[in-house]
Design a protein around this ligand. Structure first.
Ligand code: SF4
Ligand code: SF4
Length: 248
């Protein structure tokens, strides 16, 4: 077991607080907005017919998604709410320290572990400086060693599932109804902070997403477009500029 052990000692460099979107739970999103910071909304759609990964990965994705109507088809949509730290996190102080350390989001608490259980811990794929893997306590053997960290990881994954319907209902209430196709691209909305906070307060956690035919999918790969069109999925042909279409 010890031979496979991965040691880790965060040096507080703050690299993980820059150049990224920070996935937030619904409760963390409200706090983030109330602090005056922006939140991006990322929408991805998928269905079983085009799924090319393992079936248990589909089950995982389905648990954090909501089945909705798109044209004549039923598809699943997952919404990710993410703090905008594309330049750097607004909570990162000039001293390089987190200004909300005691209240920082779960995703910040668990890094370099991930919310996604299918991303294996590989130091070579992490943005942490190489030296932080050379000492410190054992972080991981065949599982996470620290029970507190293991609990935080599970809480982040549970929130992902628990918040799924409320996040989709929030998107529908705000008219954010075009998703990209998972694995092909991401549709990234940057809604007005005050409007998102107001919508979040109006459409409180726990409500079910209303059934409706309003969802569309933006796809630019010809073969996939054809496949989804054949299934009756409503495609966004307006090439809306309401969102950033980020090809993968
Ligand atoms: S909330 Fe704190 S730990 Fe998380 S990205 Fe921002 S500065 Fe870093
Ligand atoms: S990049 Fe890694 S070492 Fe640096 S603060 Fe983030 S978790 Fe710690």
């Amino acid at each position: 077991m010890e031979n496979n052990a991965i040691r880790f000692a965060c040096n507080g460099c703050g690299i993980c607080c820059k150049g990224r979107l920070i996935p937030l739970t619904l409760a963390e999103t409200r706090q983030w907005l109330q602090r005056g910071h922006e939140v991006a909304v990322i929408l991805e759609a998928f269905d079983e017919s085009t799924w090319d990964s393992q079936p248990h990965q589909f089950t995982h994705s389905a648990q954090r998604a909501v089945e909705v109507t798109s044209g004549e088809a039923r598809i699943r949509v997952v919404a990710v709410l993410a703090g905008n730290a594309l330049e750097q996190c607004r909570n990162l102080g000039d001293d390089g320290r987190c200004g909300i350390y005691e209240e920082r989001p779960l995703v910040c608490r668990i890094y370099p572990m991930e919310i996604n259980p299918f991303i294996a811990l590989d130091p070579g794929n992490k943005i942490c400086p190489p030296e932080v893997w050379e000492e410190g306590d054992i972080l991981f053997t065949d599982r996470v060693v620290d029970p507190l960290l293991a609990d935080q990881i599970e809480r982040s994954r549970q929130a992902d599932r628990d918040d799924a319907h409320a996040k989709i209902a929030l998107c529908e209430a705000m008219g954010l109804n075009v998703a990209a196709w998972k694995g092909n691209a991401m549709a990234v909305y940057l809604p007005d902070r005050a409007q998102l906070l107001e919508a979040l307060d109006r459409h409180n956690c726990g409500i079910a997403a209303p059934a409706g035919p309003g969802w569309k999918v933006r796809v630019d790969a010809p073969a996939l477009r054809h496949q989804l069109h054949q299934k009756g999925v409503a495609l966004d042909d307006q090439l809306s500029t309401d969102y950033i279409f980020h090809r993968l």
